[in-house]
Design a protein around this ligand. Structure first.
Ligand code: MG
Ligand code: MG
Length: 268
C-alpha cells in the first residue's frame, strides 16, 4: 500500500533527506586515494549522530555498517572494509538516516582522483538519467513512465540497466510501496498522486545489465566486471510536480562543481 504524506510529513522527510545530503558532502571532502571505505563509514556514522539522527542502514536487514560502499564493478550493497581506495577507482556511496521517525536515503558515485574518460561518461550519464527519471515523477504519470525514461536514455548510450534492484517509496520505513524500477513501459504501473515520496535510483552498468551476488550475501557486482554507477534522490510530489527533498549541493561545494541541474525541482 502506498502511504501518502501530508505537507508536514514532507517537511520532516526533507530534514531526514538533508541529514544524508550533508553527510555525503562530508564524505566528498575526504574521498581520495589511500582512504579506506571503513574510515569513511566511521566519519559518516559520527556525522549522522551529531545531527540528532540515526544511521538508516546500520542493522537494517542486519546490514553491518552505516554506508553501502561499492567500488568499480560493484553495483550496490558493498560492505566497507580496510582496503585503501586507489587513483582511478570509482566508489558508489549509499547513505540512509532516520530522524523524527522518517528515513532519508540517497546515493552518489564519486571519482577517486583522475578516472578514465569512459568511466567519467558513465557517471555523467547515470547522474543525468536520475533527473530524466525525476522529470516523469508527477501527478497523473505512472511508475512505468519513470522507468521507461531512464531505460531509454541510458540504453541509448549503450549501457545496461540493472533489473533486480529498484527504487522505492520511502517514509516511516526505508522501503515502502511502490517499487520504482529503472526500466519499464510508458503508461504502465501505479499512478502518481500528490504527497507521494519515493527514492529514484538508477543503477547503470557500463556493459551488461546482468549482475551477480558475492558470497557475503550483500555485495552485488556486474556479471562482466565492468564498472557500475548509482545516483539516488528522495523526491516528493508537491503541487503535482516533482520536488527534490535531498540535494547534491554539499557534494558539489566540496568538489567545486557548479551546476543548476536541481533548480527545476525546487519550489523554494
Ligand atoms: Mg540508497
Ligand atoms: Mg534507496
Amino acid at each position: 500500500m502506498i502511504k501518502i504524506k501530508t505537507p508536514e510529513e514532507i517537511e520532516l522527510m526533507r530534514e531526514s533527506a538533508l541529514v544524508v545530503s550533508r553527510t555525503l558532502g562530508e564524505i566528498a571532502k575526504v574521498i581520495k586515494p589511500g582512504v579506506t571505505t571503513l574510515e569513511l563509514d566511521k566519519i559518516a556514522e559520527e556525522y549522522i549522530r551529531d545531527q540528532g539522527a540515526v544511521p538508516g542502514f546500520l542493522g537494517l536487514y542486519d546490514f553491518p555498517n552505516t554506508l553501502c560502499m561499492s567500488p568499480n564493478e560493484q553495483v550496490v550493497h558493498g560492505i566497507p572494509n580496510d582496503e585503501p581506495l586507489k587513483e582511478g577507482d570509482i566508489i558508489s556511496v549509499d547513505c540512509g538516516a532516520l530522524k523524527n521517525g522518517f528515513y532519508g536515503d540517497h546515493a552518489y558515485t564519486f571519482a577517486v582522483g583522475e578516472i578514465d574518460p569512459e568511466t567519467k561518461k558513465l557517471l555523467e550519464i547515470t547522474k543525468e538519467s536520475l533527473y530524466v527519471g525525476i522529470r516523469q515523477f508527477r501527478a497523473g504519470n505512472r511508475v512505468g513512465d519513470v522507468g521507461y525514461a531512464i531505460q531509454q536514455f541510458t540504453e541509448s548510450h549503450g549501457y545496461g540497466v540493472v533489473r533486480e534492484l529498484v527504487g522505492h517509496g520511502i517514509g516511516r520505513e526505508m522501503h515502502e510501496d511502490p517499487e520504482m524500477p529503472n526500466y519499464g513501459r510508458r503508461g504502465k504501473g501505479k499512478k502518481f498522486v500528490e504527497g507521494m515520496v519515493v527514492a529514484i535510483e538508477p543503477m547503470i552498468n557500463m556493459g551488461t545489465h546482468r549482475i551477480k551476488q558475492y558470497s557475503d550475501g550483500w555485495t552485488i557486482k556486474t556479471a562482466d566486471m565492468k564498472p557500475s554507477a548509482h545516483f539516488e534522490h528522495d523526491v516528493a510530489i508537491v503541487k503535482g510536480k516533482p520536488e527534490l527533498l535531498s540535494t547534491f549541493k554539499y557534494i558539489n561545494e566540496a568538489l567545486g562543481i557548479e551546476t543548476d541541474e536541481e533548480l527545476e525541482f525546487r519550489s523554494k
